[in-house]
Write a protein that binds this ligand. Structure first.
Ligand code: BGC
Length: 739
């Protein structure tokens, strides 16, 4: 009897255990469990083959999950200005879907030019929602490579020349994206500051420059933005490709910054299995089979981190410790994205996103010059507007390389202006020049036929004739997204505007005094006609709502409030990289001889007057700055110090001003920039209104990177806090001492 009871209890217990076993969810599926436990549990269930399969692509944009365990595939997408149209599984051509036309947001340079962190959050949130709706788990962006030269073809995907500004703008973008359960993938880590020889060039840069200029935005993205992934860059540093670079990925990213997310290789950026195993890469993506070379179709098994990796493990040449570490990073990414049960559903191609893009565009457009208040255009006094220039009609969302989009719609500047002025003002158009009549990228076509058989002289004559009869001339030109302009893969060859636009603009200055030049570009351009043109607007690539945003600024519905995120040099020789010897290098070597002195840091040091300064941008109203005060005269290194300044809108209409704080180290044992941006605030003021702006900084704002100590150091001595409306328009300053 007793024995029977015992057997019964054992049986019952066994059955209940069994029931429990069946019902109890695997730890990795249970999102109430700590992330680490889930990762270790999933890892313990996986075979070596399954693990290796996660470490390389299985199609152009996806890598495998573990189907047996219900771990989904990982889908990535470009980035960073909108969600790329679907491409075929193993081809770059678009897949021909009819439901993948996105909202195109402004280029990241425009976002940076807004100097508004709320705009960065709105951008990230909106593009994140688009990615989420399209079932993308990793958005390949944002890009934060520093603007070293106006010739870099890819500057439009980045946030300008200043590490502080890009650090502050990248963080909210990432947070906005990731709120959607979509990972941001910050790119391209690191030192990818040119397109020329991008796969082969080795960057020589000293540690101080690396830490002070080229790394801060990435560090902020990881530590403050908590980006779940990062993309290695194509170029080399210290002789190793950055996609498997021991110094960048292991020593700095993992060990110094504590990054726990996934390192994704740029497409085709891997070239060595052993380095890829040991130097911190997690997932290899490719352009063709084995990275850069063309190959047979669907040969993903040949990737450096595919069969070659498995073979090495099989032969006992390498263990599985590194593999487990890679898979941990990938699983963490999966738990944040594909396996995140709390993620929202997203939304796609919505009016809300289009309006978000428009708002960002309107905040980023920069009024560079406005003599005699030529702008805004008073339509009551304007019967006829001549719009001239190819960029007034050319679609800009197609082209430029991997960031090319298939936009749901794109309002051209000409259409935006026409729509805005309505019937009472006539708008006449003349092309003026023929630049790039093409308009396709990987099978996405603009549908525009921009071919024009007329000669340059005929086009010029037509433009001049049209300009003569108008009250206003709005010239919309600049660069475009074709090769050697603002385009991935190649750099610009000159600072000048292409297609003989300088001649056309010069002719127009002789014909009509009310000439507005709108420069569409994400790079500085030379403006030999600058003194003769009364109004100049930096128009960027503005995306879907391009023309509407531009028209709103030109007609004064929106008071411009953007400021330049990079300097416009008068000539190429005024750019540090160019003049210090090299921009793109020779024999696969480029040396950043200018060190930390680039952009305004270089202009300050050499006393070079830029064409337009970093931080410059005008408004239709005026602002008056009071005297800056500091809450302390002396601080010790653990202290904080607050600077306060009043800013008043002294004009007749509301407007926003970007108040900039620069710090200057007056006594130092090492060469330091004359001043460095360490704070900014965009405030909106009604006519007559005054606001108080405060900046609180700690000793990190006073520090330089001491290479001997391998640490940031704030040296005791005298400093100055400088308040400016730009890096050259200094309004007020105050001294203080670090004891
Ligand atoms: C670019 C990346 C991009 C990737 C995928 C590469 O050529 O450098 O920025 O995300 O392609 O399209």
């Amino acid at each position: 009897m007793f024995r029977n009871i015992k057997v019964g209890i054992i049986l019952l217990f066994g059955i209940s255990l069994n029931i429990f076993g069946q019902n109890q969810r695997a730890v990795y599926l249970d999102d109430s469990k700590p992330m680490n436990e889930r990762i270790e549990d999933a890892l313990s269930r996986m075979t070596v083959q399954e693990k290796v399969a996660m470490c390389h692509a299985q199609s152009k944009f996806s890598s495998a999950g573990v189907p047996r365990l219900g771990i989904p595939d990982l889908w990535t997408t470009d980035g960073p200005h909108g969600i790329r149209p679907e491409v075929l599984w193993d081809e770059w051509s678009q897949a021909g879907w009819t439901n993948d036309s996105c909202i195109a947001f402004p280029a990241l340079t425009c976002l940076a030019a807004s100097w508004n962190k709320d705009m960065a959050l709105l951008y990230g949130k909106s593009i994140g929602e688009e990615a989420r709706y399209r079932n993308k788990n990793v958005l390949l962006g944002p890009g934060v490579n520093i603007y070293r030269s106006p010739l870099n073809g890819r500057n439009f995907e980045y946030m300008g020349e200043d590490p502080y500004l890009s650090s502050k703008m990248v963080v909210p973008y990432i947070k906005g994206v990731q709120e959607n359960g979509v990972a941001a993938c910050v790119k391209h880590f690191a030192l990818n500051n040119q397109e020329t020889d991008r796969n082969g060039v080795n960057v020589n840069v000293d540690d101080r420059t690396l830490y002070e200029i080229y790394l801060p935005a990435f560090k902020a993205a990881i530590q403050e933005g908590d980006a779940w992934s990062i993309m290695g860059s194509y170029n080399l540093y210290k002789g190793q490709h950055c996609c498997h670079n021991q110094y960048l990925l292991k020593d700095i990213l993992r060990d110094e910054w504590g990054f726990k997310g996934a390192v994704i290789a740029d497409w085709g950026g891997v070239s060595n299995t052993r380095e890829a195993i040991f130097n911190g890469l997690d997932i290899e993506f490719g352009t063709w089979t084995d990275g850069l070379k063309k190959g047979t179709s669907n040969a993903y098994e040949n990737y450096y981190l595919a069969k070659p990796y498995l073979d090495m493990i099989g032969k006992g040449e390498v263990g599985t410790k590194e593999l487990d570490e890679k898979v941990r990073h990938i699983l963490r990414l999966a738990f944040h994205t594909t396996m995140n049960k709390n993620k929202p559903f997203g939304s796609f191609g919505t009016q809300e996103h289009a309006l978000a893009g428009r708002q960002i565009a309107e905040e980023g457009i920069v009024l560079l010059k406005n003599t005699n208040n030529v702008l805004p255009i008073d339509l009551k006094k304007t019967k006829r507007i001549a719009v001239i220039g190819e960029n007034a009609i050319k679609m800009m969302t197609v082209g430029g390389g991997s960031s090319s989009l298939k936009a749901k719609y794109e309002i051209s500047p000409l259409d935006g202006i026409k729509k805005r002025v309505g019937a009472q003002t006539e708008v006449v158009y003349a092309r003026g020049y023929v630049g790039d009549p093409g308009g396709s990228y990987n099978g996405v076509v603009t549908g525009q036929d921009l071919s024009d058989k007329r000669s340059a002289d005929e086009l010029l004559a037509e433009a001049c004739a049209v300009a003569k009869t108008a009250d206003y001339v709005i010239f919309v030109g600049g660069l475009n997204k074709s090769d050697y302009q603002d385009c991935e893969g190649v750099d610009r060859v000159s600072l000048n505007l292409p297609y003989n636009q300088d001649k056309l603009i010069s002719e127009l200055t002789k014909i009509n005094k009310k000439l507005v030049v709108v420069n569409i570009s994400s790079n500085a351009v030379a403006m030999p006609w600058v003194t003769k043109v009364p109004a100049i607007v930096q128009g960027w690539y503005l995306g879907t709502e391009s023309g509407n945003a531009l028209a709103a600024v030109l007609m004064g519905d929106v008071n411009p409030s953007g400021k330049l995120p990079f300097s416009f040099p008068v000539k190429l020789e005024d750019n540090a990289a160019y003049t210090m010897g090299e921009f793109s290098g020779k024999n696969h070597q480029v040396s950043y001889n200018e060190g930390i002195f680039l952009g305004y840091r270089w202009h300050d040091k050499q006393n070079i007057k830029p064409l337009f300064s970093f931080g410059h941008g005008l408004s239709y109203t005026t602002f008056e700055y009071g005297k800056v005060t500091a809450d302390k005269k002396e601080i010790i290194s653990s202290d904080k110090i607050t600077f306060t300044v009043n800013v008043k809108n002294t004009g007749k209409r509301e407007g926003s001003e970007i108040v900039q704080l620069y710090i200057s180290d007056l006594q130092s044992s090492v060469p330091r920039p004359v001043k460095e941006l360490k704070g900014f605030d965009k405030i909106s003021l009604n006519s007559g209104e005054t606001k108080t702006v405060s900046f609180t900084v700690d000793s990190s704002a006073l520090s330089f990177f001491d290479t001997g100590k391998h640490a940031w150091v704030a040296e005791p001595g005298d400093f100055e806090a400088i308040i400016g409306a730009s890096s050259t328009d200094i309004k007020t300053k105050t001294g203080f001492k670090l004891k």
